[in-house]
Design a protein around this ligand. Structure first.
Ligand code: NG6
Ligand code: CA
Length: 519
């Protein structure tokens, strides 16, 4: 147990007020004053991908219903334009850029989050909630030697405040293609141990590079190493044949594990972090969704994602706890069409605009890299059908949700997180004043109110490995006025040199404010 968890003060309070836990009390209507929290976190879903954000290509009735029952944020940000750093920041309340080694993690990374850190899961565990994560992790597993796929996979989420974990360890395009439940690979035959390498080929499994004729989904860049289920991946693996997932079943499996978690915990407060694989490559939604969007696998994966949200909502309804549950829906970074497989995601787009009129996308310093859909729904508490322009960052979930459930964040923890509960619950139209966004190559940009500053950077203008997203890198400083120019078309740095200077200095000062840089 962590030191702060056993503080003397806490024990005294429990002795004095044995039933004072906020989640034990009901108000006049019998409703719990603190709700369950379900955080549904999509992968690579763009600002413009949902119908409720103007998307035209795929019907998203279930997510639209969440927005109608709650607040839809137009200026909410993931802290990074890729997965690992966004998740790191959201779970720890610390910007990932302060901790070296938090870029896109290989599938055999060690656990990236220091187990002494106070996490989003700790927020709920401390408040007496049951906490579970179901889905994509991508934050490493195991100690300094990396994950022991054939043994006990520790430390991981269970050492960071989650009571239950059912994981895609990294991404669906990275080996090993197996689920992990709590501390072990699911369904592993001990006589067929798993070996994984990100340096050299291991075992006899064919690779996409040597055997393209075996592929049912062909790479467009990278993704030509071990073939699993007819799709070549990043990384090499051998063994664990009985434990391999079937890609088309991942969405169903994550729903069924989430439903089991809700069923097991519906009589007590719970926190469920459902982290989907949709709509990341390789896009392999269940056959039920194949062809339904007319936009190819990426569109069909959005349809599956929407179905997943509907299933979770129905389950909460079934137990009569929908109005005792805060559902948050968001994405870890912005959109990308071709992200390494030839899946016709560009060719079949039609009028649909994943970026929703913003510029850039996944990996980018421009707005579409990090500005993401963000919906908060809690029927009866959060006003229905509301749009909020409050500036929000996912890094604030730790302190905002701690305030919601009455947990005190220990001294020195979650140091970049701000308490923005009034904005999150739709009570206030104002959120943060400023925030930092991280693009690839750890390029940091600064947003304050309507202004966005991108420091000069020599990197390439397009993502260098063939992704059709602009990086937003330029050798000159860039300044955009986001309400006049949300599409970042007009760099006004030359007109406002003082503003550029001031924002550059503020960004530097925030970067220097780094109590955890030594980690
Ligand atoms: C990139 C992969 C991309 C995706 C990304 C991580 C190649 C060529 N591209 O390196 O397909 O896996 O990493 O995505 O390998 S994220 O959403 O998990 O950050
Ligand atoms: Ca992602």
């Amino acid at each position: 147990m962590k030191q702060w968890a056993a503080s003397g003060l806490c024990i005294c309070l429990i002795l004095l007020f044995p039933s004072c836990h906020p989640s034990d009390q009901t108000d006049d209507s019998g409703r719990l004053p603190t709700p369950n929290v379900v955080l549904i976190y999509a992968d690579d879903l763009g600002y413009g991908d949902l119908a409720c954000y103007g998307g035209t290509g795929v019907a998203t009735p279930n997510i639209d219903a969440l927005a109608r029952q709650g607040t839809r944020f137009t200026r909410a940000y993931a802290s990074s334009a890729t997965c690992t750093p966004s998740r790191y920041s959201m779970l720890t309340g610390r910007y990932a850029f302060r901790t070296p080694g938090t870029g896109v993690a290989p599938g055999d990374a060690s656990l990236l989050i220091d187990t002494s850190y106070f996490t989003l899961a700790d927020v709920f565990q401390q408040a007496g909630y049951h906490t579970g994560i179901v889905g994509k992790w991508h934050l490493g597993l195991g100690g300094p030697d990396g994950p022991d796929w054939n043994g006990i996979l520790r430390p991981g989420p269970l050492e960071l405040g989650f009571d239950y974990a059912f994981l895609i360890p990294a991404t669906n395009d990275r080996v090993p293609c197996v689920f992990v439940e709590d501390h072990a690979v699911v369904g592993l035959d001990p006589h067929d141990p798993i070996r994984v390498s990100y340096r050299e080929k291991v075992g006899e499994q064919p690779t996409g590079k040597a055997h393209p004729e075996l592929l049912r989904m062909h790479p467009s860049h990278g993704h030509d190493q071990t073939i699993v289920n007819g799709i070549s991946r990043i990384g090499y693996m051998t063994g664990g044949q009985e434990a391999l997932w079937r890609d088309e079943d991942i969405g169903d499996t994550l729903v069924s594990k989430s439903v089991q978690f809700i069923r097991a915990n519906h009589t007590q407060p719970f926190f469920l972090f459902l982290s989907t694989v949709d709509v990341h490559v390789p896009r392999t939604p269940n056959e039920r969704f194949a062809g339904t969007s007319g936009m190819g696998p990426r569109g069909d994966a959005i349809a599956e994602l929407d179905w997943m949200v509907g299933q979770i909502r129905s389950e909460l309804e079934r137990y009569g706890i929908l109005d005792q549950t805060l559902i948050l829906f968001s994405s870890d970074n912005g959109p990308v069409t071709d992200d390494g497989y030839q899946d016709q995601s560009d060719e079949l787009l039609g009028d649909h605009q994943p970026r929703g009129g913003l510029r850039g996308g996944k990996y980018s310093a421009l707005e579409a890299g990090t500005r993401i859909p963000f919906i908060a729904s809690w029927p009866g508490r959060i006003p229905a059908d509301q749009t909020s322009n409050a500036l929000m960052s996912q890094v604030d979930l730790v302190r905002s949700l701690a305030a919601l459930v009455g947990t005190t964040v220990p001294e020195g923890q979650a140091t970049d997180s701000e308490e923005q509960l009034p904005a999150l619950l739709g009570d206030s139209a104002t959120g943060r004043i400023q925030l930092i966004q991280e693009a690839i190559q750890h390029v940091l940009t600064y947003v304050e109110g309507d202004w966005k500053y991108i420091p000069p950077h020599d990197g390439p203008r397009m993502v260098s490995w063939g992704v059709a997203n602009e990086t937003g890198f330029d050798a000159s400083p860039q300044l955009y006025h986001l309400s006049n120019d949300p599409g970042e078309q007009f760099n006004v740095a030359d007109q406002y040199p003082e503003q550029v200077k001031e924002m550059a200095a503020k960004l530097e000062a925030l970067i220097a404010q780094s109590p955890q840089a030594s980690h």
